[in-house]
Design a protein around this ligand. Structure first.
Ligand SMILES: Nc1nc2c(c(=O)[nH]1)N[C@H]1C(S)=C(S)[C@@H](COP(=O)(O)OP(=O)(O)OC[C@H]3O[C@@H](n4cnc5c(=O)[nH]c(N)nc54)[C@H](O)[C@@H]3O)O[C@H]1N2
Ligand SMILES: Nc1nc2c(c(=O)[nH]1)N[C@H]1C(S)=C(S)[C@@H](COP(=O)(O)OP(=O)(O)OC[C@H]3O[C@@H](n4cnc5c(=O)[nH]c(N)nc54)[C@H](O)[C@@H]3O)O[C@H]1N2
Ligand SMILES: [Mo]
Length: 767
């Protein structure tokens, strides 16, 4: 190979520089106008002391066998606190095969939970969850999960309203369609560029900074509706409206009331393209509950002056307006409502389907929302068929483990929780992503066995019984084929696997051989043959859609290629607007359902049949002296979730080795706290320690922490700054059951004697 090694990641494509067998640097691909520094966070990590070198078994599990993990009355397990014993691959896989056989025989396959939610790594073939699920389907299946932590509420409500969710997400009105036509961009949750560093499945070019700048140059005005002023890029002037967190639905209802009241709603659009406006309007007038949703009513909830609400509604009606909703608005209690209310508001403006107007979801949440791209159905590793019918909404994991035989309501159904005996995670980190980690940790003691495929000793690996060390993307050959990005990139094996680490695929192949299903699992292909097969099938699928991809050899020589841009900029729901009879939505009515008879028919008090205000579990409207501040836990600027938290980029942003907590100087003054202090952030669920950062770019009464600090438990506290020791573990509603991390009250106090973080030291390992 004459070209340097290339790699791709969720944070971009890089040329890989290796020196003396070690990763030296990652140089961004030359096509990237705005590369992310996150990639450099990998340097030094591939062979550092936190790398998992050999299979490891938790001491207690090894000594006493799986059933010992079940807590006897009066004492729990040491899962998460125990030492580990390193063993050879044969020993580890023999024990695991025996345990799988026992669990299946005694309890059935539904006793295996392998929802295994998480972002793993880019790469079409070496996708950890895909490999895990394919393997488990070869031996009779597993209990799985549906929806995401990102926007579960949207995934469930939007199909009732617009007939589809994912398909619409992929057809978001593009930056180029907005440029020159959008006059007013109202961004609920802002446009935080730090989040646009990420592109699921990889990217060759970060375009959001330029997209926003081009709109600004074309005369577009921005409104940043967010508790944080810094949610707008520097240099882009924006009106800042800072509502109380978790009250956007009320603000939107107030805006809708103005449109209705002042005759600004587009009746022709509502009549032709929507159903249910009349019952929504009756709710706005307060016909059922006696409460009119006026701007004054909204102002009392969201704390934006009523006059500002009126003036914004009039501006929205007078201009071509894009209503943009950050994903974060759906990760709060009743997270179904802000998005549904925003769709109703956009329908009242009558601009859906026009360039520059309508509704958008997740601009700047990731790089790939707002790209013009061909939607090619790339091939993925087939997962086979799962014979187990049990599943959970993904964020109900603690309830599942805690409450066998119980269940939950979900989208008009009742889901029963099976009795889980074995939990398996590959490519996700529940001790990063789940809420109320102290509660998860207690429930996590219940299963007999926990298995994790990981590459570093993070909080997931430390909470497992059987730890299987996997390779990183830089140690295996793959290909990045993201349906969300126009770039196709070769991912080279730039380095040999570290120590005894194996590819996830190879780990499952070795297990499949022990379980008598190797042929079914591999279909006779090696890993290299699979990568080639997925590429060739994808190339054929693309050709059928009129898109020519380079042949394998050409791609390997060039390293990367870019799909041609579509002829016309993408406009969400353009074809529906052009001909709603010929191209109806996939809703029962074929139209936008401002009110949904289906949702109304579920009879859920926490999610009625039209957008509505429901008081969140925790918000500034019910703050207490014990928990007077609203904590939002946003995405981290220096990494992707918990990935690379132990690397140089993430560590450089720490304050005394802990995550930062952002606070307004007024709130700090009231507590005699100053910038740089170590603080204790606490509520009844738990505590986390943090370093204080003062800024006037945050609404007083609101504090902010980024997610991703490796959970470092010390009793109910996290020494390191993981906000999920504080967040509540409740579903958005009995419709979607999504996570509600952004609805959380806390108090902040000085903590001069805070414990020193321990998690960046490797665990105790015996041989
Ligand atoms: N408080 C709060 N909590 C949140 C959020 C919030 O806003 N606030 N946001 C939520 C959201 S939107 C999300 S999507 C989740 C994200 O939660 P996750 O996706 O679970 O978080 P990651 O840290 O990305 O986890 C990926 C894991 O995969 C591992 N990994 C990487 N490559 C490989 C591989 O090749 N093989 C294997 N086996 N493993 C690999 C990494 O080491 C890492 O542990 O967090 C959620 N949690
Ligand atoms: N660098 C980086 N980028 C990422 C990720 C990462 O880990 N690191 N994760 C990726 C993933 S998986 C996802 S799902 C997306 C998530 O994308 P989002 O969910 O949009 O991201 P957040 O950072 O949680 O929230 C965005 C902003 O919403 C504001 N906000 C919070 N609560 C409220 C509220 O109640 N009302 C209003 N109006 N605003 C509020 C906060 O100020 C915050 O800065 O990000 C992706 N991008
Ligand atoms: Mo996410």
């Amino acid at each position: 190979m004459t070209r340097p090694a290339l790699t791709n990641s969720h944070w971009g494509s890089y040329w890989v520089e290796v020196e003396n067998g070690r990763l030296k640097a990652l140089r961004p691909l030359e096509t990237d106008p705005d590369p992310s520094p996150i990639g450099q966070g990998m340097v030094g990590l591939l062979d550092d002391p936190l790398r998992i070198a050999r299979p490891a078994i938790r001491r207690g599990w090894l000594d006493h066998g799986p059933l010992s993990a079940r807590p006897a009355p009066g004492h729990g397990t040491d899962r998460g606190a125990d030492a580990f014993v390193e063993v050879g691959w044969d020993e580890a896989l023999d024990m695991l095969a025996q345990e799988l056989t026992r669990v299946r025989r005694d309890h059935g396959n539904q006793a295996i939970y392998a929802g295994s939610y998480g972002w793993a790594s880019a790469g079409r073939f070496h996708h950890a969850q895909g490999q895990l699920k394919r393997f488990l389907n070869c031996i009779g299946g597993y209990t799985g999960s549906v929806n995401t932590y990102s926007f579960a509420a949207a995934e469930v409500i939007v199909p009732h309203v617009l007939g589809d969710f994912r398909g619409l997400l992929d057809r978001a009105t593009s930056w180029s369609a907005l440029e020159g036509s959008c006059e007013l961009f109202v961004a609920f949750g802002g446009l935080p560029l730090r989040n646009a560093q990420i592109s699921q499945g990889g990217t060759g070019a970060h375009v959001v900074r330029d997209g926003i700048a081009a709109l600004h140059r074309a005369g577009c005005q921005f409104v940043n509706v967010s508790p944080m002023r810094s949610d707008m890029p520097e240099g882009i002037p924006a009106q800042w409206l800072a509502p109380r967190p978790s009250t956007d639905a009320a603000l939107m209802l107030g805006l809708a009331h103005v449109l209705m009241d002042e005759g600004l709603a587009d009746r022709a659009f509502l009549d032709r393209y929507t159903v249910g406006y009349d019952s929504f309007a009756a709710y706005l007038r307060g016909e059922g509950d006696g409460v009119a949703k006026t701007p004054d009513w909204a102002a009392a909830i969201c704390d934006i002056p009523a006059e500002e609400i009126r003036s914004l509604a009039r501006r929205m009606a007078a201009h071509r307006t894009m209503i943009a909703i950050a994903y974060s608005l759906t990760r709060q209690d009743h997270g179904e409502q802000p998005l549904w209310a925003a769709i109703a508001l956009a329908a009242m403006l009558g601009q859906i389907g026009l360039p520059g107007g309508g509704i958008g979801f997740g601009y700047a949440a990731m790089n790939n929302n707002g790209l013009d791209r061909r939607l090619v159905p790339f091939a993925a590793l087939p997962q086979g068929v799962n014979p187990v019918s049990h599943y959970i909404p993904v964020a109900r994991i603690t309830d599942l483990l805690d409450n066998p035989g119980g269940g939950c309501a979900y989208d008009g159904r009742w889901l029963e929780y099976p009795d889980i005996r074995l939990v398996w995670w590959a490519g996700g980190n529940p001790f990063h992503h789940h809420q109320d980690l102290n509660r998860l940790r207690r429930a996590w003691a219940r299963p007999d066995t926990v298995v994790a495929n990981e590459w570093c000793w993070n909080s997931l690996a430390r909470h497992a019984d059987i730890v299987l060390p996997c390779t990183t993307t830089l140690e295996r050959a793959d290909i990045a084929l993201s349906a969300k990005d126009p770039h196709i990139t070769v991912m080279d094996a730039a380095l040999p696997p570290y120590s005894e680490a194996r590819d996830d695929h190879e780990i499952f192949r070795m297990l499949a051989a022990r379980m008598g299903v190797e042929e079914a699992f591999t279909e006779g292909r090696s890993a290299a043959e699979w990568v080639r097969h997925l590429y060739d099938s994808s190339r054929e699928a693309a050709a059928r859609g009129g898109v020519t991809l380079p042949d394998w050899d050409t791609l390997q020589t060039q390293g990367w290629a870019r799909l041609p841009t579509p002829d016309r900029p993408t406009i969400l729901m353009e074809s529906f607007r052009a001909d709603p009879e010929a191209r109806p939505l996939k809703t029962p009515s074929g139209r936008i359902e401002i009110a949904s008879a289906t949702v109304a028919g579920f009879n859920l008090d926490d999610c009625p049949g039209h957008p509505a205000w429901r008081e969140p579990l925790e918000w500034l409207g019910n703050a207490t002296p014990e928990a007077p501040l609203h904590l939002i836990s946003t995405q981290p600027a220096t990494k992707l979730h918990s990935q690379l938290d132990h690397g140089p980029i993430s560590r450089a942003a720490r304050i005394d080795g802990r995550e930062a907590l952002t606070m307004h100087p007024t709130d700090a003054g009231a507590r005699s706290l100053k910038d740089g202090d170590t603080v204790r952030v606490h509520n009844t669920r738990g505590t986390t320690y943090a370093g204080l950062r003062l800024t006037d770019e945050i609404r007083p009464g609101v504090v902010q922490m980024s997610t991703g600090a490796w959970y470092d438990p010390d009793g109910p506290a996290c020494r390191h700054g993981n906000p999920n020791t504080l967040t509540p573990d409740k579903g958005t509603s009995s419709l979607a059951q999504g996570p509600i991390a952004h609805s959380c009250l806390v108090e902040v106090s000085a903590a001069p004697d805070a414990p020193v973080p321990q998690i960046l030291r490797p665990p105790v390992l015996h041989r």
